[in-house]
Structures are given as structure tokens and as C-alpha cells.
Design a protein around this ligand. Structure first.
Ligand SMILES: Nc1nc2c(ncn2[C@@H]2O[C@H](COP(=O)(O)OP(=O)(O)OP(=O)(O)O)[C@@H](O)[C@H]2O)c(=O)[nH]1
Ligand SMILES: [Zn+2]
Length: 187
């Protein structure tokens, strides 16, 4: 991302919305916004191999591994407004487990981009499966979309639930139910 070019575009945007980019409070705003967008879209420039960093460990575990309530912050690709919530990931290992932080890093890799929630959910599931070699993966995400809250239809309390199930999570009702019951447990 060219920070100078983005700052210039934000300055022009400020003028178009009726603001004065020369007033004191806005002097550094174009640069701040450019920096914020650099972070919020940093997924485009991340390298998946670097993120995983070979943190895949031999394990005899062949039971279900679940990491729940991973925070998600993304931008909807239609309005470039935030959607945010939590992501739950489960997988059944096949002789290998992923470093647990890598699940959250995979979430950030795909969420720090312009997204729709359905694609984000599917990309996370596919990557967890590919990187861990798991026999099955389930991902459930629950998010609230600012484009539905602060504009448009203005619904403050609705949230969107998406899920992707692959391998044994797809073929076995019992596996899917075990996953759903684990992520529904109260702390
Ligand atoms: N399925 C899905 N839809 C999304 C997501 N994020 C935003 N949207 C929807 O994308 C749609 C875009 O609809 P349009 O009619 O083209 O745009 P709009 O006139 O701004 O729509 P409204 O939001 O209804 O005012 C809206 O229904 C949004 O709610 C997402 O992650 N998944
Ligand atoms: Zn939107």
C-alpha cells in the first residue's frame, strides 16, 4: 500500500464530504486513516507459510480439538464498514496438531481484508484442514455488521451466523453435534 497516495485520497474524501482538511483536528487525519487501513487490510501482504512457521506438531491425538471465541474484526466488501464477532474452530487431528495460536493467526490472515462473512468462514476452514491435515474441520462464526446497524436497514441486535464443515464434520452428524455442543458450553 502506498501510504502517501492513500493519504492524498483521504484528503480529497474529506473535502468531498464537506470538511476542511486544513483545520487543526484533521491535519494528521489522512495519514492516520492510511495507517489504519494498512493494518485493517494487512492480510493481503501476510505470508501464510510465515504465519504457520512450521508449528505443526506430531501428536497421537485423534480426538476433537476446539478453540472458541476467537475475536474477528473484518471489513465488509460492500460498504467497507466493520463486521465483528467471534469465530469457533474445531478439528479432528490425524497424527498432527497445529500450534493453537496459529488458528487465531489464520483468522486474522483472512479477516484483515475486504470480506463477506461466508467466504471468510470457508477460507478459514479450508486452510485449517490443509495446514493440519485434519480428517475434519468445523468453523462457526457469529458477527454483527455495522453496515446493518449504523446505516441501511438499521437493525441493532441482529447477528449473522455462518458455518463451514469439511470432511468428517460434514459426513458425521455425531461429530458435528459434538462440535456444536463444545462451542455452546458456558465458561
Ligand atoms: N451475505 C452477506 N451479505 C453481506 C455481508 N456484508 C454485507 N452484506 C450485504 O450486502 C448487501 C449489499 O446490498 P446492496 O443492495 O447492493 O447495497 P445497499 O443498497 O447498500 O443495501 P442495504 O444495506 O440494504 O442498504 C446488503 O444486503 C448487505 O447487508 C456479508 O458478509 N454477507
Ligand atoms: Zn456492508
Amino acid at each position: 500500500m502506498n501510504k502517501e497516495r492513500v493519504s492524498q485520497l483521504i484528503k480529497e474524501l474529506l473535502i468531498e464530504i464537506g470538511e476542511d482538511p486544513h483545520r487543526e483536528g484533521l491535519l494528521k487525519t489522512p495519514e492516520r486513516v492510511a495507517e489504519a487501513y494498512r493494518f485493517l487490510t494487512s492480510g493481503y501482504s501476510m505470508d501464510l507459510k510465515e504465519i504457520i512457521n512450521d508449528a505443526v506438531f506430531e501428536s497421537e491425538a485423534n480426538n476433537m480439538i476446539v478453540c472458541k471465541d476467537i475475536e474477528v474484526y473484518s471489513l465488509c466488501e460492500h460498504h467497507m464498514l466493520p463486521f465483528f464477532g467471534v469465530c469457533h474452530i474445531g478439528y479432528i487431528a490425524k497424527n498432527k496438531v497445529l500450534g493453537v495460536s496459529k488458528l487465531a493467526r489464520i483468522v486474522d490472515f483472512y479477516s484483515r481484508r475486504l470480506q463477506i462473512q461466508e467466504r471468510l468462514t470457508a477460507e478459514i476452514a479450508r486452510t485449517v484442514k490443509d495446514e493440519s491435515g485434519a480428517e475434519g474441520v468445523g468453523v462457526v462464526m457469529e458477527c454483527r455488521h455495522m453496515c446493518m446497524m449504523m446505516r441501511g436497514v438499521q437493525k441493532q441486535n441482529s447477528s449473522m451466523l455462518t458455518s463451514t464443515v469439511l470432511g468428517s464434520f460434514h459426513s458425521s452428524v455425531a461429530t458435528r453435534e459434538e462440535f456444536m455442543s463444545l462451542i455452546s458450553r458456558q465458561k
